[in-house]
Every structure is written in C-alpha cells, then in structure tokens.
Write a protein that binds this ligand. Structure first.
Ligand SMILES: [Zn+2]
Length: 258
C-alpha cells in the first residue's frame, strides 16, 4: 500500500514537471521566434502626405528604392491612422505632409503614439505642418515660421526658401547610426532659412550655404520616441542622391530602434 502510494506520488510529480518543462520550452521558443521576427523583418513605415504638392511618381520611385515595407496615406485620412489600434502595426511614421490644422483628438493620438515609442521621421516641408499647434515644434525639434515670430523679446523675420540650390552638406556627427558611412556630399535641393530649431536637438548634418540655415538634419527625443528631422528632400534631384537615400534609410531604421 505504502509503495503504491509512493509510486503514485512520484508519477504525479513527474507529470507536473513534464508539463512545466513543456510550458517553459514553448515560452522560450516563442520569445526566440519573436526576437528573430523583430530583427529580421523590414521596418514597416506609414508614409503620410497631403497639404503640399510633390512629384508623386518620383516620390514613389524613392520609396520603392528604400529597404523597407510601407503603406501610404494622404490627408484627410491620415489622422485616423494615428489611433492606437491602427498605428500599432507600423514601426515608423514618415511625414511628408503639410496640413495647416490638426483636430484635438488627432493631437492626443499623435502624442500617445510617440509616448508608446513609435519612430518619427519629419521630412522637408513636413516641418511646416500644424503652425498653430505649439507641441509640434517640441516633437519635430523646430519650426518653419510662415510669419514674423518672437524669440527672447526679439522679433524674427519669417522663414524663407530657395529652390534648386547646389551646395555642400557636411556630416556633423559621423558616429551616429543615422549618418554612419556617409561622407560630406553635394546636393541640388531647396534650402530653408531662418527656421527655428530647439537648442536641445542633436545636429547630424550642417551646411555653410548662405541661402540655408546651418542645420540640415537633427535628432530629437520626444516622450519615448526617437525623432529625426531632415530638411532636404524637395524633389527627385535630392531623392536620387545616394547620400540622401542612405541617411533617410538609416533615419527610418534608427527611429524604429532597429
Ligand atoms: Zn520643397
């Protein structure tokens, strides 16, 4: 009787141990699988346009050349994509839009998305988005001012642009993942001047071109998100530049935390 009881106890303990081992094995396999999936899969990008004209065919050619997967949404449908349940499947949002207004609900969704750590790339004219939403300046790390603005009690003139400038861009931080492997380069592009940049941003690209502000690209951190703002990128003359493409690709991967 005692022997039978002991054998029965041992069998029950062995069965439990076997079940625990199976559960632990499943958990570790799932974790390894998820880790492999997150590092091997291409970054999935939501491209946002609308509110500013651009060459659609050439821009698509640029996007297709990047080593990422992407979906493209245009305003007024873009704000609905920022909702928590919808934006979850994207690693990065790339803004190439310039809408004048953002509803309060979309403001909350935008900030909540960055609070969750979603990557953000602000490209070229997207710096001019939402001029009446002050938080967007804190997100992008700068602002294109369409009219006079005041800084430390000084009245500053509006921001300016100049098309088709040929100029030299210098890499300010050669060790940053966004600029790694990129040498100083020449580009034909529109320049922005007299824009506002926050003192907290980290410079990536700079220029001495007189028609341009000194900073061409920078990183910013906002809540849990990595943000990269790149002023270059008006049209295919910039988009086809290999250095521009490399920086844009590395900006997407870095903001995606890849
Ligand atoms: Zn432009």
């Amino acid at each position: 009787m005692d022997l039978f009881f002991c054998v029965s106890l041992w069998k029950r303990a062995a069965t439990r141990l076997f079940h625990i081992a199976m559960i632990l094995t499943c958990l570790s396999v799932c974790t390894v699988f998820d880790a492999c999936r997150s590092t091997n899969e291409k970054a999935h990008v939501l491209i946002v346009t609308g509110g500013h004209d651009y060459d659609r065919e050439e821009f698509k050619r640029l996007l297709d050349a990047l080593p990422v997967t992407y979906e493209h949404v245009e305003h007024p449908h873009a704000h609905a994509m920022l909702k928590a349940g919808v934006i979850a499947k994207y690693d990065v949002v790339l803004l190439y839009d310039m809408p004048p207004e953002i509803p309060e609900e979309a403001q909350s969704d935008f900030v909540a998305m960055l609070e969750q750590g979603k990557g953000l790339v602000v490209l070229h004219h997207a710096l001019g988005s939402y001029p009446r939403w002050p938080e967007y300046t804190n997100i992008a790390g700068g602002k294109y001012h369409f009219s006079q603005w005041v800084k430390d009690s000084t009245v500053c003139p509006p921001s300016e642009y100049a098309h088709d400038m040929t100029f030299q861009i210098r890499v300010a931080d050669k060790n940053h993942p966004v600029t790694k492997g990129v040498s100083d380069f020449q580009i034909i592009d529109e320049t922005y001047n007299r824009i506002e940049t926050l003192p907290s941003v980290h410079p990536l690209l700079v220029t001495d071109e007189p028609s341009s502000c000194p900073l061409i690209a920078w990183t910013n951190s906002y809540r849990k998100a990595r943000v990269v703002t790149i002023l270059s990128g008006h049209d295919e003359k910039a988009w086809q530049n290999p250095s521009f493409q490399k920086i844009l690709t590395q900006a997407i991967l870095w903001t995606a935390k890849r």
